[in-house]
Write a protein that binds this ligand. Structure first.
Ligand code: MG
Length: 365
């Protein structure tokens, strides 16, 4: 059976009909979406369903474009081949869509969650996150901030008004060093597509961080413990393929509406993640840069809190003093400072640090 798009009937209706025929019973369907925070008319051009619109809103956002200058692991890497936060997100999206396609899940929903999941990441990766978490009275978690970006900060403070399924997948994606599968059901994403992104995130980062660590000379090709490489493979593409295939086969076998992975593969991924923490994330050269980045974020935070925000407008740095009265409200000031710093790229944070704290040499006449 093949699908032939027809002219003269609604394109959206045709897309919905196709979802009914090709998607698994466990997949999310656009017509069953729990909707947006603020109801709005459907796509007036009649070409996209809600999850496609969500994906496009994320891709067209300014926060998404800034991910290209945010650290993944190696701070502001000068080498062109290191991952950035943007390429990480693209790799997560690709892996998640491969799993979704094989399980007949909703690919545009998977893609929207994957592309949006790290929008709340700070400059300098986890160094920025740890520092903001220490300084902001309400704490700071990048996945909660990702939701804040799409709900409030993007689109000049109006937010992107995404569907509940995408928002839920974004806020439930993170696992830190905790269990790869959340032990409590309530912590899982409400859609299988959201659960796929959570798993695709770790599959992407353990593999690309290992690859980047080898590129940086921190690890040699034979340093990965054989207990891991015998299960997941010796080469980068082989490792990703083995993990992805395991998830697909185990989930299809269980056929219960949840995502599954074999015990053996879960143990290997968990061990690989532990290995990376030990030998890469805590490696002294990486860690030294981590501490420098923390210092930059800490000093910017203190300065802004005391003096108000400074922004680059055109080629100039300008102090924003119009909210002086409100700035005396500590809660408000902390919130503004935290949002502002979290949105910065690495290079913007370094430029503003240089402007505020480093002397400018007088030029000779
Ligand atoms: Mg991620």
């Amino acid at each position: 059976m093949s699908f032939v798009p027809k002219i003269g009937t609604s394109i959206k209706r045709q897309l919905e009909e196709r979802e009914d025929i090709v998607l698994s019973p466990y997949a999310a369907r656009n017509k069953h979406s729990r909707g947006r925070r603020t109801p709005e008319p459907e796509d007036t051009c009649d070409i996209r369903l809600p999850y496609q619109r969500d994906r496009d809103r994320i891709t067209h956002s300014k926060t998404f474009r800034r991910l290209k200058y945010k650290t993944q692991v190696f701070l502001a890497p000068t080498g062109d081949h290191y991952r950035t936060r943007l390429t990480h997100v693209l790799e997560v999206s690709q892996i998640a869509r491969t799993i979704s396609a094989a399980l007949c899940l909703n690919e545009p929903l998977t893609e929207a969650i994957a592309l949006g999941h790290d929008l709340g990441h700070t400059p300098f990766g986890h160094a920025g996150e740890v520092t903001l978490n220490e300084l902001h009275p309400g704490g700071f978690r990048h996945y909660i901030h990702s939701l804040r970006v799409v709900d409030f900060l993007e689109n000049d403070g109006r937010g992107l008004n995404l569907t509940l399924e995408v928002r839920n997948g974004i806020v439930r994606h993170s696992k830190g060093r905790e269990d790869i599968f959340p032990s409590r059901m309530g912590e899982r994403a409400i859609t299988l597509e959201g659960q796929v992104v959570r798993l695709a995130d770790i599959i992407a980062y353990v593999n690309h961080d290992l690859d980047d660590a080898m590129r940086a000379g921190i690890l040699g090709p034979n340093q990965v413990p054989s207990a891991i490489s015998t299960v997941v493979g010796e080469r980068h593409s082989q490792r990703i393929g083995t993990m992805v295939r395991d998830v697909i086969v185990e989930t299809l076998t269980a056929d219960d509406g949840y995502l599954h992975i074999s015990e053996r593969m879960l143990a290997a991924i968990t061990e690989l993640r532990g290995f990376l923490y030990e030998h890469v994330y805590r490696y002294h050269r990486v860690h030294d840069e981590f501490e420098k980045a923390q210092r930059i974020i800490g000093e910017l935070y203190g300065y802004f809190l005391e003096h108000g925000l400074v922004r680059r407008v055109g080629g100039e740095w300008l102090e924003q003093t119009e909210n002086r009265e409100q700035w005396r409200d500590e809660k408000y000031a902390h919130r503004m400072v935290c949002d502002y710093i979290a949105g910065m790229t690495d290079r913007y944070a370094m430029a503003i640090y240089e402007y505020l704290f480093l002397p400018t040499p007088w030029s000779a006449r």
